[in-house]
Design a protein around this ligand. Structure first.
Ligand code: 5GP
Ligand code: ZN
Length: 115
């Protein structure tokens, strides 16, 4: 827990969010400013600032975040049609909140490359 991190506060239940899923390693909640009909953020409970700070001992945790997104997409019924998972890293990658998070976006058509 990093005291000035909003996502640590959400994970600890100290800040409001619309929670979607929680287990011992991660929480998933609705993005405040959704970019698709479904826009969920999946975050580790452990504070890791970004992929740039991730280490080899986080391998299993990172896989768990992605698999949690896949599970939520199946449960919400848009996995077969398709969806997008995104991790923005540092400034040029578009990261604005420095607690590692996976965006799960679904319910519309996406194009590639993203902007
Ligand atoms: P980034 O740009 O760092 O990849 O994504 C940060 C995301 O967090 C953005 O999509 C933004 O809308 C979302 N966000 C920022 N502050 C909050 C908040 O307090 N609550 C929730 N639920 N989402 C937030
Ligand atoms: Zn944090």
């Amino acid at each position: 827990m990093t005291s000035d991190c909003i996502f640590c506060k959400i994970a600890a239940g100290e800040m409001d969010s619309t929670m979607v899923f929680e287990d011992e390693r991660c929480v998933a909640f609705e993005d405040l400013n959704p970019q698709a009909p479904t826009h969920i953020l999946i975050i580790p409970k452990e504070h890791i600032s970004s992929m740039d700070e991730a280490e080899s001992n986080h391998s299993e945790l990172l896989g768990h975040l992605l698999l949690t997104g896949a599970k939520i997409a199946r449960e919400r019924g848009f996995a077969g049609r398709g969806y997008r998972t995104v991790i923005n890293t540092n400034s040029a990658g578009g990261q604005t909140v420095f607690h590692l998070h996976v965006h799960l976006l679904g319910g519309r058509q996406f194009v590639f490359p993203p902007g």
